[in-house]
Design a protein around this ligand. Structure first.
Ligand code: ADP
Length: 380
């Protein structure tokens, strides 16, 4: 029976013992998450926030301290029960592909299939020839799915990095598991292959109709591939939502900085206006609580317009040409640096004094938070 919920994580907590002081380090703190059938979930966060640990717990390579993991309606892990990785109906794709170097592409893909096909080939389907034909056909099918038809006889060293990763995906997909788990699948590839493969991996997983979770620290990758993104910080889920929700409506300043890469400008309120060193921003009722007296305005790089203004104390200190747009860095009178992305019609030289205006009417306001980059883990 097909379950609409493929994965359910309930209050997952994981601690590691420290050899040095006999204490415990909390690596995952009360993580709960649901993945629907056919969804692609990106686990996104900075290095050390617990993404890989969470993926390894789902895969069955790590135990948990508290909580419940359910895959396709079956409990596979609690703090006392543990179903082995090979019995969890998941497929794994690793950062370094992990293909067997001495096996051909076809043998690599068929590796996990043999037992499965034998198990399901009882009675009239039990002859060795029929089993082998079924395996051969499945290899052909998944090679077609990943766009590498005809490469059955090649060895991994005869393939490019991108092709090896697609074979690794084909191998994981071949037994038709309930869930595919991908651990930083693109991070070993050069930038151009990476960009192409983002779209391909999404298209392949969608064509296969499978559910998948992939770990990444690259926000663009997460935004491009995922149906849903879970942003993690210090072992906790900070926000879960569609890429658009996460980018356009970050629920915390951390998400706004990490995913949106927004600027933050201190502001003080005077009646219906925010006063900042960049100028005044009118307050619309729906954007600000009446009790807010000060805060940090979130200014997305693409929402800022620059125009030369000799009377301004804001100066362009850097301009980078990015092909389709410029990335400007301007410095305010107080020494604060702000990034703005503008189209190519707006070329302003380094050293020019500029004024800033906003394309949007009511920027978000976050509470003042001087120390958001503190990524240290919680000691318990
Ligand atoms: P991420 O994938 O987000 O970079 P990890 O899940 O790999 O983060 O690691 C989260 C934290 O758990 C890190 O601080 C890491 O050092 C710690 N950690 C991971 N594995 C172990 C382990 N086997 N023993 C102790 N600490 C670990």
């Amino acid at each position: 029976m097909e379950h609409s919920v493929i994965l359910q994580l309930k209050n997952i907590t994981k601690t590691y013992s420290n050899r040095s002081d006999n204490g415990q380090t909390l690596v995952l703190d009360d993580v709960s998450l649901t993945l629907e059938h056919g969804e692609l979930l990106g686990l996104l966060g900075p290095s050390g926030c617990g993404k890989t640990t969470l993926l390894r717990i789902i895969a069955g390579f790590e135990s948990i301290s508290q909580g419940v993991v359910e895959i396709a309606g079956k409990v596979v892990c609690t703090n006392c029960d543990f179903i082995a990785a090979e019995k969890r109906n998941t497929g794994m794709v690793f950062q370094d592909y992990a293909l067997f170097p001495h096996l051909t592409v076809a043998e690599n893909i068929a590796f996990g299939l043999k037992n499965q096909v034998k198990k399901h080939s009882k009675g009239i389907f039990s002859s060795k020839k029929i089993v082998n034909d079924r395996i051969r056909q499945r290899v052909v099918d998944v090679l077609e799915l990943v766009g590498l038809t005809g490469l059955q006889k090649r060895y991994p060293h005869q393939l490019s990095g991108g092709q090896q990763q697609r074979i690794s995906l084909a191998r994981a997909l071949a037994p038709q598991p309930a869930l595919i788990l991908l651990d930083e699948p693109l991070s070993n590839l050069d930038v151009q292959v990476r960009h192409r493969l983002r779209a391909e991996i999404r298209a392949i997983l969608k064509a296969a109709g499978t559910s998948a979770i992939f770990v990444t620290h690259d926000r663009e990758e997460a935004l491009a591939i995922s149906d849903k993104i879970a942003v993690m910080r210090n072992g906790k889920l900070e926000q879960v939502g569609t890429p658009e929700e996460i980018y356009l409506n970050p629920q915390s300043r951390f998400v706004a900085e990490f995913v949106t890469q927004a600027n933050f400008v201190p502001a003080k309120r005077e009646n219906q206006v925010w006063i900042t060193e960049l100028g005044e921003v009118a307050i619309f009722n729906n954007a600000t609580k009446t009790s807010d007296k000060e805060g940090d305005l979130m200014l997305r790089q693409e929402d800022i317009l620059l125009a030369p203004d000799l009377s301004s104390n804001i100066v362009v200190v850097d301009r980078q040409f990015l092909g389709r747009e410029y990335d400007y860095c301007v410095e305010t009178g107080s020494g604060k640096r702000i990034h703005a992305r503008t189209d190519l019609s707006n070329a302003i030289s380094v050293g020019t004094k500029v004024k800033l205006t906003l394309k949007i009417a009511s920027p978000r306001v976050f509470p003042i938070s001087p120390n958001i980059n503190n990524q240290s883990l919680v000691k318990v």
